[in-house]
Design a binder for this molecule. Structure first.
Ligand code: SF4
Length: 209
């Protein structure tokens, strides 16, 4: 069984929460190399089954030192918002017990998962401080080609989710992997059109073997 709470290369100041079993995701990205990512973070993240709430809290208690951890981040391998109820309950626990910021790293497809729910409001209400949404491309066709989402209209739902997060109290960041052909100026033009300031866009190195 992989780790539910892990630390990037052992750094105790940021605790990552991996709550998604079997690397479950609404995408099947052509660049998603689980082995490479696990090597990068130096943690085993494959969970055989969805951890129960008390297992998640048990690992938090055992591993997250309240003097050292400055931020908690929901970041699988896999999509954390597939388990939105647990994200909300664990955030609630963190806020009560640690009083530290909580961030979610997501592929931004919550509206395809919960079409009848005000997801942004619920996350805000739970006390989520910031959200980082990986987008990587600026058009639907490229999104489909690279990310192979389960739903046809994923891209438009992500854009709506970004805009609504940005109108909420959550600090919103959109990330782009630095693929060899990425044009950063075009990306910034596109994200400005979504209402984001340039400092809300983060370019991340694209690592290959
Ligand atoms: S969204 Fe992330 S976890 Fe999901 S398939 Fe893509 S890279 Fe992998």
């Amino acid at each position: 069984m992989g780790e539910i709470v892990y630390f990037l290369r052992g750094d105790p100041h940021r605790a990552y929460l991996n709550i998604t079993p079997k690397y479950e995701c609404t995408n099947n990205c052509v660049f998603c190399d689980k082995q490479l990512l696990e090597d990068k973070v130096a943690a085993k993240l494959y969970l055989e089954k969805a951890p129960a709430l008390d297992e998640i809290i048990g690992e938090l208690k055992a591993k997250a030192d309240r003097e050292k951890v400055n931020e908690f981040v929901f970041c699988g391998l896999g999509e954390p918002l597939l388990y939105m109820n647990k994200v909300i309950k664990v955030t609630d626990y963190i806020k009560k017990e640690y009083q530290k910021p909580v961030r979610i790293n997501t592929n931004g497809q919550a509206y395809t998962l919960y079409p009848n729910m005000n997801v942004v409001k619920q996350l805000e209400k739970a006390g989520v401080d910031s959200i980082s949404i990986s987008l990587n491309v600026t058009d639907e066709e490229s999104y489909r080609r690279l990310h192979k989402p389960q739903t046809e209209d994923a891209f438009s739902h992500i854009l709506k989710f970004i805009k609504n997060c940005n109108s909420s109290s959550m600090q919103t960041t959109v990330t782009f992997l630095e693929f060899p052909k990425l044009k950063k100026d075009r990306v910034l033009e596109f994200t400005r059109g979504l209402g984001l300031k340039d400092h809300q866009v983060r370019f991340r190195p694209f690592i290959t073997k």
